[in-house]
Design a protein around this ligand. Sequence first.
Ligand SMILES: CC(C)(COP(=O)(O)OP(=O)(O)OC[C@H]1O[C@@H](n2cnc3c(N)ncnc32)[C@H](O)[C@@H]1OP(=O)(O)O)[C@@H](O)C(=O)NCCC(=O)NCCS
Length: 155
Amino acid sequence: MNADPEVREHLGDLLTREQSDASVSRFQADFDQRGYGWWAVEVQATGEFIGFAGLDDVDDDMPFTGVEIGWRLARSAWGQGYATEGALTVLAHGFGALELPEILAVTTATNLRSQAVMRRIGMTRNPADDFDDPTEPEGALRPNVLYRISRSART
Ligand SMILES: CC(C)(COP(=O)(O)OP(=O)(O)OC[C@H]1O[C@@H](n2cnc3c(N)ncnc32)[C@H](O)[C@@H]1OP(=O)(O)O)[C@@H](O)C(=O)NCCC(=O)NCCS
């Protein structure tokens, strides 16, 4: 998944096996340390691993702070509603057990599939929140959009 150019189109460089494994180790450490992070996503009927979804602290480099929701699926699992189903579970956990007041979502302006998931789960975008990712050089990965949903909007 992390070595698939289609999956990585809006994320940046392809990852090597070592880089991908290291990111999973970081996911596990984050969970242990703060109690939330990235969950593995499996197809309920078969147990097949198809990607991940979860919550993370917004990067320090970004021009805002908060907790963001995200998702990444293997290409073969797109187009079946799995990302939206997983995202709704993550939102319920974030607003329920974690009692977060607001959850953010960030992606490149060109990542229309990810933005469609954001809208499907009830998140909204204010164009005034659009920003350039300061960690990216000029190019397709730099213009980003920010979606938000508040706990009060869900209850
Ligand atoms: C972003 C990403 C997770 C979206 O996946 P997705 O499968 O398009 O999203 P959903 O789970 O919401 O599925 C929606 C599609 O499934 C279809 N679908 C089929 N059966 C469905 C069902 N039972 N229930 C709901 N939707 C269903 C919908 O009609 C929709 O189809 P469409 O794309 O033709 O409009 C995926 O493209 C991905 O992993 N991209 C690479 C990584 C990435 O960019 N991550 C985000 C970084 S911010």
